[in-house]
Design a protein around this ligand. Structure first.
Ligand code: GDP
Ligand code: MG
Length: 192
């Protein structure tokens, strides 16, 4: 097959306003272990196995939201790139971002804030859709970050917020549909 990837994502680098064949690059960020691959993996089930093996960190899916199809390229790439370049290219290549923390891990919540700050710094003049995600809500007894804290953080950082459980598949569809709606809103707002 012609598919080739070294984990650095698509070879052509485009401006964030440009998108390739209506495909939006959605980069999933967050500390190791918070559930990024699990969240993306829920959609991967629909993908053929060969593609999944060749590109385990990239996944294309088409969502029908409000009667309209939107294709997303979900990029679960930060772990491959982590610390080599401080996720810098990941911060540059996305049209939209999902920043995940685990509600059972306060330090992952703090990392999420740092990622948001880095993203704002890297993409200063762009109005990028971002959703902050508190994952692992099923682990009720080990919760360290309350829903109120998550919500307040999203207000401060001017992004959307949702809590999910990848294991129970709770709010995962809502997360990705919300992403699509965010992308459409910006697109409509940005186009002259
Ligand atoms: P990543 O490193 O961010 O990609 O995290 P993974 O998706 O690999 O998940 C790390 C671990 O957390 C795995 O053992 C998952 O099964 C578990 N995990 C992920 N999401 C959830 C969740 O919503 N609830 C629970 N209980 N465990 C989860
Ligand atoms: Mg992973």
């Amino acid at each position: 097959s012609a598919a080739e990837t070294d984990g650095s994502g698509p070879s052509e680098s485009q401006g964030s306003e440009g998108m390739c064949d209506g495909l939006f690059r959605v980069v999933v960020l967050g500390d190791p272990g918070v559930g990024k691959s699990s969240l993306v993996g829920i959609f991967r089930r629909e993908q053929d196995r060969e593609t999944a093996e060749q590109q385990p960190e990239l996944y294309q899916c088409t969502l029908t939201v409000d009667g309209e199809d939107t294709s997303l390229l979900l990029m679960d790439i930060c772990e491959i790139q982590k610390r080599t370049n401080g996720c810098d290219s990941a911060l540059r290549m996305g049209h939209a971002y999902i920043i995940v923390y685990s509600v059972t891990n306060r330090s992952s919540f703090e990392s999420a804030s740092e990622l948001r700050i880095q993203l704002r710094r890297t993409r200063q003049y762009e109005n990028i859709p971002i959703i902050l995600v508190g994952n692992k809500t099923d682990l009720v007894r080990s919760r360290e970050v309350s829903v109120e804290e998550g919500r307040a953080c999203a207000v401060v950082f001017d992004c959307k917020f949702i809590e999910t459980s990848a294991v129970l598949q709770h709010n995962v569809q809502e997360l990705f549909e919300g992403m699509v709606r965010q992308i459409r809103l910006r697109r409509e707002g940005a186009d002259p």
